[in-house]
Design a protein around this ligand. Structure first.
Ligand SMILES: [Zn+2]
Length: 488
């Protein structure tokens, strides 16, 4: 009998803090040995000349999700998870979206029902909270957190999703009390509406004007407000998809000031810019996302904030809508930009873009690549007991990257259910040629080896803020406020 089910031998192994040459021994889906030279295995993968890295964790993607206006994303849990796997991921954390009037139990039942029979890799969910009723706040959210859904997203914009400042405080207080993390889409709703109305009324409804309608100040104002409200309660938050330097600077300063705040950015803010939206006809609609693409100078600034650690999380915000009546153009063939479905596909290219343009070109180290690919989100979102690093005892979730492969990106090669990619024509160096989930090969030789439903739900731990500075506002501190109980 062999010592291991699987041995990956001769590769260069990297975690977020170290790089070394070793064999990896896998049994029953777990990494059970890491050493210079290991014994026999039922299957041996020769990783000579390759990098053996933790499987990526994609922690911001919209899959088989109805938007607030009822539009379904083009990817379901099969195509979405397959595309993620081909891009070097072994886990996804999409959103389970509450629409107003729905109970969270109903929402979670729906999404478990969508994911379980289809996902080829492991998954969890973040809840989207749009209707924080008393029952949602005080009964359903604590129950969801206890069941392993330890993060949720709220919106400061969009008519059918927006929560006001009072509702934000309610949600943040529940999150703090129960050990959950609140993710915030931070844009000032009124500014966007004011700009959109002025642009459309002035005859500027073409897709490229979408970028102007979401000013940088709308983002920075909302980030500042979110950090102020969360800081008041000393509740941890994560500002998602930051697109501007102004927003990033507020996050950096808040972290310096001892606030419990994390920052996330996305490849579209590093690799694309608003000039690319100036296309004939409606084609610019393919690049409409919120926050929008900015200018070239912003791209460099976002890179710098990724390098300097202002952003701990790098996610695709995959939100796939096809360029037709099922997606981008659901409101008609030539809608004004406010009626264009928002979002870009990118779940498969997230890691290859960062590997090529970040690690290969020397902008970030291999270890920093691993931190952004998997380790940071495994810690922030409570999955590091089983995922996010190559460590004895953890799930054997591994992506083997071949640094010699070069590829020209084309939509036809992507495995999502989209007919375009915003990264068409880019040349990238390095590719995840073998992807392994809990010891079983998912992708090899550019072929899918896993089946529908092979992925499993990952219940997550509560959020651990140990070691993060922070302080409750004095007015809420029982020693200063005559002992009033604010339920925190
Ligand atoms: Zn968002």
């Amino acid at each position: 009998m062999s010592d291991f089910d699987l041995k990956i031998s001769g590769g260069t192994v990297a975690n977020s803090a170290e790089t070394f040459n070793a064999d990896i021994g896998v049994k029953d889906g777990k990494i059970i040995a890491i050493a210079k030279s290991l014994g026999s295995a039922d299957r041996v993968i020769d990783a000579g000349g390759k990098y053996v890295l933790p499987g990526g964790i994609e922690a911001h993607c919209h899959i088989e999700q109805e938007s607030s206006s009822g539009l379904m994303t083009s990817d379901d849990y099969y195509s979405g998870s397959v595309s993620a796997a081909f891009g070097g991921n072994t886990c996804i954390v999409p959103f389970a979206a509450q629409h107003r009037g729905q109970s969270l139990a109903e929402v979670l039942e729906t999404y478990h029902g969508r994911a379980a029979p289809k996902s080829v890799i492991d998954y969890s969910f973040h809840l989207i909270i749009s209707d924080p009723t008393d029952d949602v706040l005080h009964r359903e959210l604590p129950k969801a957190i206890a069941d392993g859904i330890t993060s949720f997203k709220i919106y400061m914009t969009y008519d059918r999703l927006i929560v006001d400042d009072g509702q934000m405080l309610d949600i943040l207080a529940v999150a703090k009390k129960n050990g959950a993390l609140t993710m915030i889409h931070a844009e000032n709703h009124a500014m966007i509406k004011w700009m959109s109305d002025k642009l459309v009324d002035g005859g500027h409804g073409a897709p490229k004007y979408h970028a102007l309608s979401h000013p940088r100040t709308a983002e920075s104002e909302a980030i500042n407000r979110a950090i102020s409200l969360a800081g008041f309660l000393d509740a941890p938050i994560l500002i998602v998809h930051v697109s501007s330097e102004a927003g990033a600077r507020i996050i950096a300063k808040a972290r310096y000031d001892g606030r419990k705040v994390f920052g996330e950015t996305c490849p579209q803010y590093m690799f694309l810019n608003m000039e690319q939206m100036d296309l004939p006809g409606m084609h610019g609609a393919k690049l409409c996302c919120s926050p929008p693409l900015r200018d070239r100078a912003s791209q460099e600034e976002i890179w710098r904030c990724l390098q300097n650690g202002t952003f701990q999380v790098y996610s695709s915000d995959h939100a796939p809508y096809r360029f037709d009546g099922t997606g981008k153009l659901h409101a008609g063939p030539e809608p004004d930009f406010p009626k264009i479905a928002n979002g870009l596909p990118g779940i498969e290219m997230r890691l290859p873009l960062l590997f090529s343009e970040g690690f290969v070109k020397g902008r970030i180290s291999l270890n920093h690549f691993v931190a952004l690919a998997a380790t940071n989100v495994s810690k922030i979102y409570g999955m590091d007991h089983c995922k996010g690093s190559i460590t004895e005892g953890k799930d054997a979730d591994i992506a083997i990257w071949d640094p010699q492969v070069t590829r020209v990106v084309t939509a036809a090669d992507m495995h999502d259910n989209m007919e375009y990619t915003p990264y068409e024509g880019m040349e990238v160096t390095g590719w995840p040629t073998i992807v392994i989930q809990r010891g079983t090969v998912v992708v090899e030789n550019n072929e899918l080896k896993a089946g529908r439903g092979d992925g499993a739900f990952v219940p997550r731990k509560t959020i651990d803020c140990t070691g993060m500075p922070g302080r409750l506002a004095p007015e809420l501190n029982p020693s200063l406020n005559f002992g009033v109980d604010f339920g925190l």
